[in-house]
Design a protein. Structure first.
Length: 201
């Protein structure tokens, strides 16, 4: 007869998995990918290392799951920002502004999401993140094209270029105490879209 977990056992296992996940998110935000080892996660969670492997077969598998959850949250935030009142250019700028401001609130985590050297499975998840971010921007560009407020262009290509530029520009502020370059990024974004330059304070 096959063993069936009782609701109480399943609840305990789910709670332990959530504890592991929370500990891993904290470590990723504190130490980045390099410091998010299975042993470190186990110590942070207050459990044996073997208990982590019960849920995640490797560090990469654990961080891939972290990326999926954290990235979904970030994409939801920029999607919401993209629906603010305004024309297509203002909405695209709102997306990049939201992304940048949220990244600066958790710079170590943002750097891990964007640029830190990672294992191949995690890099693949990073590409999914960039595509999701690109699609949010592309949707707003397509709206601008339909409304006739943006000049003809490939919405997907422009969006991908803007996402890539944003990620590159953010690396400096995320890894040092240097000045924010966001006003210049806004100007670059507007020019890349073909809209009028908006001066930001």
């Amino acid at each position: 007869m096959a063993y069936r977990r009782t609701p109480q056992v399943q609840a305990r296992l789910d709670a332990q998995q959530a504890t592991i996940f929370d500990a891993a998110v904290e470590l990723l935000a504190e130490r980045g990918y390099a410091g998010c080892s299975v042993a470190a996660v186990a110590a942070k969670a207050g459990i044996a290392t073997g208990s982590v492997y019960r849920y995640f077969p490797s560090k990469a598998a654990l961080v891939v799951e972290l990326f999926r959850v954290v990235v979904a949250r970030e994409v939801a935030a920029v999607e919401e920002a993209s629906m603010r009142p305004g024309d297509a250019t203002e909405r695209v700028v709102a997306v990049l502004e939201t992304f940048a401001h949220r990244a600066m609130k958790a710079p170590r985590l943002a750097y891990a999401l964007l640029a830190e050297p990672v294992d191949a499975p995690v890099e693949a998840e990073r590409l999914v993140f960039r595509r999701a971010f690109r699609d949010v921007v592309a949707a707003r560009i397509e709206e601008g094209l339909r409304a006739g407020v943006l000049p003809p262009q490939d919405a997907q290509l422009t969006a991908a270029a803007l996402v890539g530029a944003t990620a590159e520009v953010m690396i400096g502020p995320l890894t040092s105490e240097g000045p924010s370059t966001f006003p210049d990024l806004c100007t670059f974004t507007v020019r890349a879209l073909g809209g009028p330059v908006v001066h930001h304070p």
